[in-house]
Design a binder for this molecule. Structure first.
Ligand code: UDX
Ligand code: UDX
Length: 454
């Protein structure tokens, strides 16, 4: 059996590496039109930082896992082709700002139709709007060969991709359950995952349920964050503490405790894009009330980012012009080098509008990435990229913590305090520091939803 995956990104790369690890008898080709990315996958410095991924790639690369730009031959030789290209929010024409741009997916389907000498199983791994499989099916049907289209969305979260892939809550496979050929294709894909995932965790559905489940899962997760963040604003106004509220609420087994960490807002490549897509679909199918409901989740996220940036400004007497702010963390979450939709981008954008001087430190995000996300040149004197948290904080009026990196918890804050201006502020956008200890060291502290701090 040979597998090909088009798209060597944060989803395609780790997912295929895991399949290669668990199925040593299969050849897995991961292809991408981006030659730099493929070069990086073939080097010692992988393009994606994920704990444990280096190890998986080391064990498989060159044995049964191959990264290349030779898209045509990889497709031609494969029995199963995964499509894992990006599906960004459309920026032009009809549906701009909310619909997903499916042009990459369509071009993959056309490429598969063009180079395949025989029929294959084609798997949608990318998150797609409901009924995208129809587009792929129609293009492939025009070849007259027997193709089967399956939907197999990926639920891994960045930063924990390897363990999520190794031990998933569920694997979802959507296909044509009504025909024997459709059921056979579903089983073929299921049997790959069954090498390491217990059968009861492999859920099969029809195509449309699978496509919609992925959008819905991301929408529900994002909604929980917006829900708790809306309450954080109320905590600050009333003297309640959001972490205490989340603990009390999450102890109800019907609600559950995960994904109730109040923050500066969610980021990442999926939540915003998938919510907007869900809104677009509701509008497209003339369901304005449902659209407005999900739109509110994204509105709350934007509010939370704005609110935090404003709180920093207000605390510093409404003036941060020329003041140095140390920004701890830029990635959208811990344990990743990914900055897509990171709340840090909007928040720091607000600081730059006020002409603050920003000194960044993130353990994994490159200087070029930070500058490019902020739209500033390497010569911009307001932006400095540091190699340690201590360097960033030196001479700063405030520390603004934006990513929950473990190393920020164990810094020597007493040493940091001495190197800062007074009063020295810490704005903890992730509530991950020990606030009473910091107050004891003489810091002024503001967290999220901490109405009880002095
Ligand atoms: C993306 C989406 O964000 C996610 O919703 C979807 O489920 C899977 O695709 P990710 O892997 O994080 O996830 O995207 P990205 O890191 O951008 O990788 C996509 C890759 O596809 C890029 O390396 C890009 O060069 C490649 N690509 C894109 C192709 O090889 N061919 C194309 O035609 C278009
Ligand atoms: C998400 C989904 O979890 C995953 O199943 C899907 O496949 C892709 O989208 P990801 O975006 O990689 O994964 O990370 P996730 O852990 O979900 O975090 C998303 C954002 O929400 C981050 O910015 C994170 O900091 C934030 N978050 C998460 C909170 O603010 N509070 C929480 O309690 C949890």
């Amino acid at each position: 059996m040979r597998i090909c995956c088009i798209g060597a990104g944060y989803v395609g790369g780790p997912t295929m590496s895991m399949i290669a690890l668990k199925c040593a008898d299969m050849r897995v080709d991961v292809v991408d039109i981006n030659a730099d990315r493929i070069r990086a996958w073939n080097s010692d410095s992988l393009p994606v930082f994920e704990p444990g991924l280096d190890d998986v790639v080391r064990q498989t690369r060159g044995k049964n896992l191959f990264f290349s730009t030779d898209v045509d031959s990889a497709i031609e030789g494969a029995d199963i082709v995964f499509i894992s290209v990006n599906t960004p929010t459309k920026t032009y024409g009809y549906g701009a700002g909310s619909a997903s741009d499916l042009s990459f997916v369509e071009s993959c389907a056309r490429k598969i139709a063009e180079v395949s000498k025989s029929g294959k199983i084609v798997v949608e791994k990318s998150t797609m709007p409901v009924r995208t499989a129809d587009v792929i099916k129609t293009i492939l049907a025009s070849t007259g060969k027997e193709f089967h289209v399956l939907s197999n969305p990926e639920f891994l979260a960045e930063g924990t991709a390897v363990s999520d892939l190794e031990n998933p809550d569920r694997v979802l496979i959507g296909g044509d359950e009504s025909s024997p050929e459709g059921r056979k294709a579903i089983e073929e894909l299921a049997s790959i995952y069954a090498r390491w995932v217990p059968r009861e965790r492999i859920i099969t559905t029809n195509l449309w349920s699978s496509e919609l489940s992925k959008l819905t899962a991301n929408a529900f997760l994002a909604q929980r964050i917006s829900s708790i963040n809306s309450i954080s604003a109320l905590c600050e106004a009333t003297g309640a503490d959001i972490d205490q509220v989340a603990r009390a609420v999450g102890a109800d087994s019907r609600i559950g405790s995960s994904f109730l960490r109040s923050s500066i807002g969610y980021g990442g490549s999926c939540f915003q894009k998938d919510l907007l897509n869900l809104v677009y679909l509701c509008e497209h199918f003339h369901l304005p009330e449902a659209a407005a409901y999900w739109r509110a989740v994204t509105d709350m996220n934007a509010y939370q980012k704005r609110r935090f940036a404003r709180a920093v400004l207000d605390s510093l007497f409404g003036n941060i012009r020329g003041k140095k702010l140390a920004v701890f963390g830029f990635a959208f979450k811990e344990n990743t080098n990914d900055t897509r939709e990171s709340p840090a981008i909007d928040i720091c954008g607000d600081f730059l509008k006020e002409n603050a001087n920003l000194a960044f430190y993130d353990p994994k995000v490159s200087a070029e990435q930070i500058r490019s996300d902020l739209g500033v040149s390497a010569e911009d004197p307001r932006v400095e990229i540091c190699t340690s948290a201590y360097e960033a904080a030196n001479g700063a009026h405030a520390i603004v913590l934006l990513t929950h990196w473990e190393e920020f918890k164990t810094l020597d804050y007493s040493k940091i305090k001495e190197s800062m201006c007074t009063p020295a502020w810490i704005f903890d956008g992730r509530n991950c520091l020990d606030h009473s200890r910091l107050i004891g060291l003489g810091f002024l502290v503001r967290g999220i939803g901490k109405g009880n701090l002095p």
